[in-house]
Design a protein around this ligand. Sequence first.
Ligand code: UDP
Length: 234
Amino acid sequence: MEAKYKRVLLKISGEALAGEDHFGINEEMLKKVALQVKEISEMGVQVAVVVGGGNFWRGRTSKSMDRATADYMGMLATVMNAMALQDAFEAEGLPTRVQTAIEMREVAEPYVRRKAISHLDHGKVVIFGAGTGNPFFSTDTTAALRAAEIDAEVILLAKKVDAVYSDDPETNPNAVRYESLTHKEVLERDLKVMDSTAASLCRDNDIAIHVFALAEEGNVMKAVCGEKIGTIVR
Ligand code: UDP
């Protein structure tokens, strides 16, 4: 198999990292992710990762807390996931740097775009933690923003579900599964691929999104090689 892309942005939702545990980090999932990233990195593909935090905390689900505070907590949750991923990647022999949008120099580098690009050029995996650093945003928006900044060719959106559907396939057996969509369709039909801020950022900057299930082994490789899995938005 041959890689279709030189530089990709892999977005891993927090939920996907929890696996069957539904909360926190499932260490088997961590290892699975690390092995998949290793495969594509060894093919010479430059890999940047944005990780979510929903396996620990989501700002929008708090009922009584000030939204900005709850969102900052969510961003901190993503840093735990970023550190766990770094540990798992390095255990597989993959040199990895974590850069955070909120400074915490004792545990990670601060986000510096040119440095991130330099790490990628040197074959290191770069994990972006703490989202955009701003409340009221999501890690999907972070993925769109960082992909645009580092000039990634595609966002690989590794999720719990295996594709984009017209409705939740777990509750609606008649939900239609899409193989390909345009950004406009995602926005107009309000499909839950990513939030609308993230989807419009991708549309405006012409960033392709490939949605697939993280849990299925070999899927990251298949996506990188342009195989027909999941849903492609372009
Ligand atoms: N978050 C934020 N700004 C960002 C990225 C994330 O405020 O730029 C917060 C937000 O509260 C969100 C939480 O971090 O609910 C976890 O991120 P997200 O929900 O995107 O993770 P996922 O659902 O993909 O696991």
